[in-house]
Design a protein around this ligand. Sequence first.
Ligand code: AP5
Ligand code: MG
Length: 214
Amino acid sequence: MNLLIMGGPGAGKGTMSEKILEKYEILHISTGDIFRAEMAQQTELGLLAKSYIDKGLLVPDDVTNPMVKSFLEKSDHSKGYLLDGYPRTLDQALAFQELVAGTDLEIDKVLFMDIPFEVLAQRVTGRRICKECKAIYHITNHPSKVDGVCDVCGGQLIQRKDDTVESLNVRVSEYQKLTQPVLDYYAKFGKVKKINADQSIDDVWADVQKALED
Ligand code: AP5
Ligand code: MG
């Protein structure tokens, strides 16, 4: 099963990805996570990505497309994959389509996490992630059992640098300008399943499972 999960910043893509991966054991391809890992290691790619990400801007396509290609080539995708946060420009969608055309790596379903933009500020400013295993929490919506400590691995919970209202506003406008056309592109192929992402995490997950079994 080859999936793409789409939606605005803070819509819940990462939260649903954790659950999908646990259930289906497919390969996670999160460009945001790959960039953050490179940033933490201060690689050349990481430093370049940081100059965009901290401002809320998208990293250029000529950096992102080859990175995804090489990640896919070196990873085990025999059970399928879940793309999270890529493609998010029309150019990325076309580059990915060219990469997988005629293979068993074509995208089967697109989950679109539909949510009003007004809800997103509360979500991203309250988000905490585990420094070690990257598990996602929220200080009120989905708190860890012990404040500041990851339930899964005991790692320290930190805030993402781009989780400010200023950066969120730029990310939302990038999303509207560059990513919404990607949704229209996949809709033409009849692949999009719309999910109401403005519900509790459990209710969103129930709807995601229905969409995947459909
Ligand atoms: P990326 O990491 O992809 O960030 P994003 O798209 O802004 O999305 P987020 O990760 O912020 O949100 P999410 O939808 O995963 O929400 P989450 O589940 O965490 O990209 C970051 C940056 O990297 C980009 O801005 C760009 O610069 C660069 N980049 C990445 N990919 C790129 C690409 N393809 N091209 C170019 N540049 C790229 O949930 C958010 C919070 O809400 C959490 O605290 C969670 O606990 C909580 N929550 C989740 N669901 C619910 C719910 N149902 N109810 C209540 N709370 C909830
Ligand atoms: Mg995410």
